[in-house]
Design a protein around this ligand. Structure first.
Ligand code: HEM
Length: 446
């Protein structure tokens, strides 16, 4: 039965014939969503060519989509050929029983105790990276290489020293191709030989090579414990095992999801600190007074309240997973709105977490707002950088621990300043990253 409330139709901004809003969205995806939510409210209909999209930035409705009615939605990635070619049918993009089986398989590698065991690798790899940090660098690239090395070592027992920039380059191409497809009224198949598609295919071939090499090494010489070892050895009730293609999809998904998001957060954190010298000074003092020469050990994390607040506030302002897509598998009633089967939804952490309805001075960087109890005082799902519900980020504990260890260890050793070519601009594709990196001068204190 439909209630009287159920008849509201979300407003739709004026769009162009046929293409609707897709061109404006593609120019600046996060900025456009922010703009329409300010002008048209927390539930807005958009048209991307032949795709109907409802943008939802209201916490109670987000809770329904991600938590209460999670089973009524699926991931939308299959409609995007660039993303499909990149991450295939891995944990991030798969659905239903298949996803559940894979999630259960991966989960033990992310139990809190297991993640704590990765802390030493995080600390030691950071110290190793600091030994060769140059006096001028793109700190975005620095974090990307470091977090990639860490995820490869902790989850796959693989050393990828020296391959970081190859992966970075390939990922860059893939994100650009994805962004281009976000702007196409109907996403074009990769078989059309556009220059972007050719570059994407070459980039994916490069990523495949690195990933399949890791899998081959694991098969030839099984490691005692690693997530990759578990995935290679996992056997279904019928005796079947994952083939190389599925292993490749899972491994690549974890490599990509497990490093770039954390690297983005750390990059935004450095740029926010550079814009707020007093907070930078206080964060460096905290790290220097609490940590020894050996960087941040597990037991030190609790002694770094300001670093933790900086992490939380950075994730609020620049959530690397800045939007979440879903497609309705059936008709769904969301509060006073009716969502028909097949409708695409876009929820946006970036927009909700900067809403003046839920946050004072929403665009200001104020780590001090994250006092004990602050998060609990917020409406559920007003702050959801890791999503929530059954598809919550599997790596949330991993990411927070890594963020704390890497940021504090680096701040305990390095004084950062803006380089001459420092310039910050948002680039939103699958993730939200600083478009031109974060160009800095780094002075070692030792
Ligand atoms: C600051 C860092 C991170 C942020 C903000 C973040 C955010 C997210 C979000 C929002 C989702 C849900 C996406 C959706 O439902 O569409 C997600 C899923 C996922 N994340 Fe993360 N993530 C981070 C770090 C990590 C790390 C370190 C790993 C692994 C080591 C990881 C692995 C994954 C995987 C595999 C999924 C898919 C889970 C599933 O659907 O079962 N993430 N992440």
């Amino acid at each position: 039965m439909t209630s009287a409330k159920a008849v509201r139709v979300p407003p739709m901004p004026k769009g162009l014939p046929l293409v609707g809003h897709v061109l404006e969205f593609a120019k600046d995806p996060s900025g456009y969503l922010m703009q329409v939510s300010k002008s048209h409210g927390e539930v807005v209909n958009l048209k991307f060519g032949n795709r109907n999209m409802t943008v939802i930035t209201r916490p109670d409705l987000i809770a329904l989509v991600l938590r209460d009615y999670a089973k009524k939605f699926k991931k939308p990635y299959r409609g995007f050929p660039a993303l499909k070619a990149l991450i295939g049918n891995g944990l991030l993009s798969s659905d239903g029983d298949f996803w559940l089986r894979q999630r259960r398989l991966a989960q033990p590698a992310f139990h809190r105790e297991k993640v704590r065991a990765y802390g030493e690798t995080m600390r030691l790899y950071t110290l190793r990276a600091l030994e060769k940090i140059p006096s001028k660098l793109d700190v975005f690239e620095f974090w990307n290489v470091l977090t990639l090395e860490i995820v490869a070592k902790t989850l796959f027992n693989a050393e990828i020293d020296g391959q970081g920039s190859r992966v970075g380059h390939a990922l860059e191409e893939a994100l650009q191709a994805n962004r281009a497809q976000m702007g196409q009224p109907i996403p074009l198949p990769l078989s059309i030989p556009l220059p972007g598609h050719k570059r994407l295919k070459a980039a994916i071939a490069e990523l495949d090579k690195i990933t399949l090499e890791m899998i081959a090494k694991e098969r030839a010489n099984p490691s005692e414990y690693s997530l990759l070892a578990m995935m290679v050895a996992a056997t279904d009730e019928d005796g079947s095992q994952m083939n190389d293609e599925q292993l490749r999809d899972e491994a690549l998904t974890l490599l990509l999801a497990g490093h770039e998001t954390t690297a983005n957060t750390l990059s935004w954190a450095i740029s926010l600190l550079l814009e707020h010298p007093n907070i930078m000074k206080a964060a460096c003092e905290e790290a220097r007074s609490m940590l020894g020469a050996e960087g941040c050990r597990l037991e030190d994390i609790a002694k770094l309240p300001l670093t933790k607040q900086i992490w939380q506030e950075t994730l609020r302002l620049y959530p690397p997973a800045w939007s979440i897509g879903r497609t309705a598998l059936e008709d769904v009633q969301l509060g006073e709105y009716f969502i028909p089967k097949g409708q695409n939804l876009m929820l946006s952490q970036y927009v909700t977490q900067r809403s003046a309805k839920y946050f004072d001075n929403p665009d200001s960087f104020k780590p001090e707002r994250w006092v004990e109890g602050y998060e609990k005082s917020l409406p559920d799902y007003a702050y959801f950088p890791f999503s929530a519900g059954p598809r919550v980020c599997i790596g949330n504990v991993f990411a927070e621990m890594e963020g704390m260890i890497l940021l504090s260890t680096v701040l305990s050793r390095i004084d950062f300043a803006k380089a001459d070519d420092y310039t910050i601009e948002i680039y939103a594709s699958l993730t939200m990253r600083p478009k031109h990196g974060v160009s800095v001068l780094a002075a070692r204190r030792d």
